[in-house]
Design a binder for this molecule. Structure first.
Ligand code: MGD
Ligand code: MGD
Ligand code: SF4
Ligand code: MO
Length: 865
């Protein structure tokens, strides 16, 4: 038999695949063909004796976790080239020594037996699972050639990069700017853009608050599941615990579900979905009515003075909010007044529980406003913030020059005009319409690069609309997927680029710092990647060099390591030593040269900052004249002194925002704060819900992250089953008991931007779990399970690696006795299986102005199957 006719099968064969050979990786076929190889109980385990590690012999490498977007500082303990353990980086200002279960499971990724090892190119139809091993040169040449063609045709915008939960925004943007394409599609509208936009509107210079929980006396949390999920879970939760137990803070939590956070709260309320904004406005109303608002703060710092705000908020009484939310007016009033009494050491904050709704932008604005009403913005124990918390400070770690200019080309997918505020403060995009717009011909792609993205699993209408488009070679003519395991995304690509894991590659990272200072962390390889895995950024550098001199000139560094080293060189002056060596040793740098960012708006302008300035009489804004004669605001006169103020048009905390009013008027509607003020309006589909219809929400488990952890065996051993939570009264009405299969039917939403409403989106079958820990009209299914790919732990298949042709080569990537012999959740061993994914039936629904996905607005009906 000629070598090229030989088709190897399954992941076991991957390790011995030579360049030019083909392999079949389609899970179904590979599983069906897998030879059972039982050698007696735990035979493989006996062959793989467990050796206790002597950690004193370990080399410690500091880096950053990326098993979720909390990005905790970590220390890797490496023995004989193997990462045997991670622990918290004690110098990290946010998490210190603390890590969660997901973080500790990280090392299982590195020698995962089903890791992708070589670049692969599709042979046969897309999605058939048949691949040929190619070299990196071949992979990069082909991608570069296709990008060059689009550029030469004058269509650089048809080169797209689609990123999920990644942390290489600066690198991908530089690459795409060099190509001249604006088509960087991201996931923020899927994730948290309502919350980010609300912070930008109100404060002007941050997308994320930093509650000073440790010093707080009263904490109200609207749907941030801080003990389990949240961005910054460890960071926030440990400080909330200290606030509660060391500082006597009270913790009040709103969630439609009895999450672990609800279980730890002093009071838990289950509001009607989509009503958090109404509750927050009513709390503001109650505080002002009782005269407990901070009149002085509002009159000084808010662009709507106390008396005007009182008039606006007058309509949102606790009684009105009770009708909307189902939470008794007496409780709303009582919590509000307790909160006001604790102020300024009082903080109200949010995450996706309030924000992932059609009306979530306003809900989050209302919660931020609540802090302003009691004057806790920037105060110890209050609602604090840092400056641009998601950016690596370019003045400290400057980008190597020359920098490519921003692209001139436009893309209606990247910047859809229907959502005028989507890209206003940050490139937040409207990610959920990417596939729909491609289907409708509102934009085109020639080259589609996907990175850390599992859209069939994690996006709305995932296995329905997203998959349909991913399979269509006319709509996506070329798809190269960067992944570390054989995912659903990789399966539907034309080329697979096996990435280095976050423990095997370079990168900078940062987020908001609970210590209210700027800080930066370094991600560095703890171990070498297996096989030919290579960091995606290194691929981008290499591809940019191959496209042509016009792109190569922006990438004159050998690799990502050198790029980072160069950014660290100027930083070295700050610390008085080699900047790169400093970062590698500490893993983190915190800027302690300035005071903590308390009440940043109140910081006086220095004599230096006041040079060439004048004060505008009408607004009291301090304006500085630049060399070209143009004036820009730099501060605000407050009681005779020049202060920094907020970085908003009025230089004050923005209750009213002119851009919102203008955007709503341009779109011809009044919702979503159409008067420019924080408002509440009903989610249209919820407003029209029939008597028997229910809300379907999803949520995150504490031990799983979206589409990226299910292949990690310890995590999937802990959680691999996700039945639908249903209240006993609702279950009884439908004759449903725990374990019964339930058919869920979902309906298309009403609302702006999308046509239709009320039609069936789809049906799913999910088992029930009857529990009192949920709102009677809400059903909840977690969004992180139901994998069809990603290997044995994720798909609940016990048995040998899908090794057919090849003896597995332990030297390349070893087999794992746990996966071979102990996946007890395999249905073939009487287990419950890998869970359910309901994203296929969750409709795309962007919020009116900002475009964030209304994840938790889905209306459905159920019946016992
Ligand atoms: N129903 C429902 N769905 C949701 C949500 C919800 O609330 N409800 N929440 C949403 C939220 S908040 C978000 S942020 C999105 C996130 O969803 P995505 O944007 O899809 O991000 P992830 O799930 O983190 O990405 C998973 C993919 O990245 C791959 N991967 C993991 N590590 C690496 C690596 O080092 N390199 C490369 N190249 N690939 C890697 C994984 O194998 C997997 O294929 O999900 C959303 N999905
Ligand atoms: N363990 C874990 N941690 C993670 C992640 C993960 O996947 N797993 N992902 C990271 C990412 S990318 C993100 S964006 C964050 C998300 O962090 P969170 O926002 O904390 O988590 P979610 O589960 O998306 O949503 C929070 C809660 O909203 C509730 N909810 C639904 N509707 C409503 C409502 O109308 N009102 C209220 N008050 N609550 C409601 C749900 O029951 C859920 O418990 O977590 C980050 N950290
Ligand atoms: S919260 Fe857990 S998974 Fe997320 S970064 Fe921190 S340790 Fe890693
Ligand atoms: Mo997210």
């Amino acid at each position: 038999m000629k070598r090229r006719d030989l088709i190897k099968r399954g992941f076991g064969a991957l390790a011995t695949l030579a360049v030019g050979e083909t392999i079949l990786l389609s899970p179904d076929e590979a599983w069906a063909a897998a030879t059972p190889r039982r050698k007696g109980k735990d035979a493989l385990a006996k062959a793989q004796p467990r050796v206790p590690h002597d950690y004193r012999k370990a080399t410690v490498v500091r880096s950053v976790c990326l098993n979720c977007s909390t990005v905790c500082g970590i220390e890797g303990h490496v023995i004989d080239g193997k990462l045997v353990k991670v622990s918290g980086n004690p110098e990290d200002p946010n998490n210190g020594r603390s890590l969660c279960a997901k973080g500790q499971s990280g090392p299982t990724i590195n020698d995962y037996p089903e890791r992708l090892l070589f670049p692969l190119k599709r042979v046969g139809p897309r999605g058939s699972g048949r691949w040929q091993r190619i070299t990196w040169d071949e992979a990069h040449d082909e991608i570069a050639r296709r990008i060059r063609r689009a550029m030469d045709e004058g269509k650089p915008e048809e080169v797209a990069i689609h990123v999920g939960r990644s942390r290489v925004g600066e690198e991908t943007t530089r690459f795409m700017n060099a190509v001249g394409s604006p088509s960087v599609f991201n996931h923020r509208a899927i994730c948290s853009s309502n919350k980010r936009a609300a912070n930008y509107v109100s404060l002007g210079e941050t997308d994320w608050e930093t509650g000073d929980f440790e010093r707080s006396k009263y904490i109200i949390d609207f749907g941030a599941n801080v003990y389990e999920a949240h961005q910054g879970a460890i960071h926030a939760a440990k400080r909330i615990i200290r606030g509660r137990f060391d500082n006597g803070a009270k913790f009040v939590y709103f969630d439609v579900r009895m999450s672990n956070t609800a279980g730890r709260a002093d009071e838990w309320f289950a509001p009607n979905p989509g009503s958090d904004g109404a509750i927050a406005l009513a709390m503001g109303n109650a505080i002002i009515a009782a005269g407990l608002h901070n009149r002085e703060w509002l009159d000084t710092w808010s662009n709507v003075a106390a008396d005007d705000l009182a008039k606006w908020i007058d309509r949102y009484t606790p009684e009105w909010a009770e009708g909307v939310s189902g939470i008794p007016a007496a409780d709303i009033r009582r919590v509000a007044l307790e909160f006001a009494h604790a102020a300024p050491a009082a903080v109200a904050f949010t995450n996706r529980g309030s924000g992932a709704h059609y009306n979530g932008f306003n809900a989050d604005r209302a919660v931020i406003l609540l802090n302003a009403i009691v004057g806790s913005i920037g105060q110890p124990g209050g609602y604090c913030y840092t400056v641009e918390p998601t950016r690596i400070p370019p003045q400290v770690f400057p980008h190597p020059l020359p920098m490519p200019p921003s692209p001139k080309a436009k893309s209606a997918i990247e910047n859809p005009p229907e959502w005028p505020l989507a890209n206003k403060w940050q490139r937040m995009k409207v990610g959920q319409i990417v596939y729909r717009h491609l289907l409708q011909g509102k934009g085109k792609v020639q080259v589609y690069l996907s990175y850390t993205l599992a859209s069939p699993q994690t996006w709305p209408e995932g296995r329905s609309l997203a998959l349909r488009v991913l399979k269509d070679e006319k709509l996506i003519p070329f798809h190269a997927c960067s992944d570390i395991v054989y995912s659903e995304m990789a399966h539907h690509a034309d080329m697979i680029l096996p990435d280095a894991s976050y423990m095997e590659r370079w990168g900078f990272d940062t987020r908001n710092n609970m210590e209210l200072r700027d800080y930066v962390t370094l991600r560095q390889p703890m171990v070498a990647p297996p096989g030919e895995c290579r960091s995606f950024v290194d691929s981008l550098i290499d591809i940019a060099r191959r496209i042509g001199p016009d792109t190569a000139k922006y990438f004159e560094f050998k690799d990502h390591e050198e790029w980072i080293r160069r950014r660290c060189e100027p930083f070295g002056k700050r610390v008085g030593e080699d900047g790169f060596a400093y970062m590698r040793k500490h893993g983190v740098w915190q800027d302690t040269s300035k005071p903590k960012y308390y009440a940043l708006y109140d910081w006086p302008l220095s004599a230096e900052e006041l040079k060439n300035t004048r004060v505008d009489e009408a607004t009291q804004i301090v304006l500085r004249k630049a060399a070209d004669g143009r004036e820009a605001p730099v501060g605000l006169m407050v009681k005779g002194t020049a202060r920094r103020g907020f970085i908003t048009p009025s230089r004050k905390f923005s209750v009213y925002h002119p851009d919102i009013e203008a955007a709503a008027q341009a779109r011809g509607f009044d919702e979503d704060g159409g008067k420019g003020m924080p408002d509440w309006f009903p989610v249209p589909s919820i407003e029209r819900m029939g008597q028997e219809q229910l809300h379907l929400v999803t949520f995150k488990w504490n031990v799983h992250t979206q589409g990226r952890t299910q292949s990690q065996k310890y995590l999937s051993e802990i959680v691999h089953h996700n039945p639908m939570w249903i209240h006993p009264a609702t279950a009884a009405r439908h004759g449903i008991r725990t374990g019964d299969m339930v058919e869920i039917t979902t309906y298309r939403p009403h609302g702006h931007g999308m046509r239709g409403g009320g039609e069936v989106v789809g049906k799913a079958l999910v088992p029930a779990w009857v529990t009192e820990g949920i709102h009677p009209r809400v059903l909840a299914v977690s969004n992180t399970l139901g994998n069809q790919f990603h290997g044995r732990a994720a798909t609940a298949h016990n048995g040998p690696r899908q090794a057919l042709e090849a003896a597995w080569d332990r030297a390349a990537v070893g087999e794992d006795a746990d996966l071979d012999e102990r996946v007890w959740w395999d249905p073939a061993r009487g287990g419950t299986g890998a869970g359910y994914n309901v994203n296929a039936i969750l409709p795309i629904q962007p919020a009116p102005l900002v475009g964030m996905q209304g994840w938790f607005d889905t209306v459905c009906s159920i019946r016992r199957a």
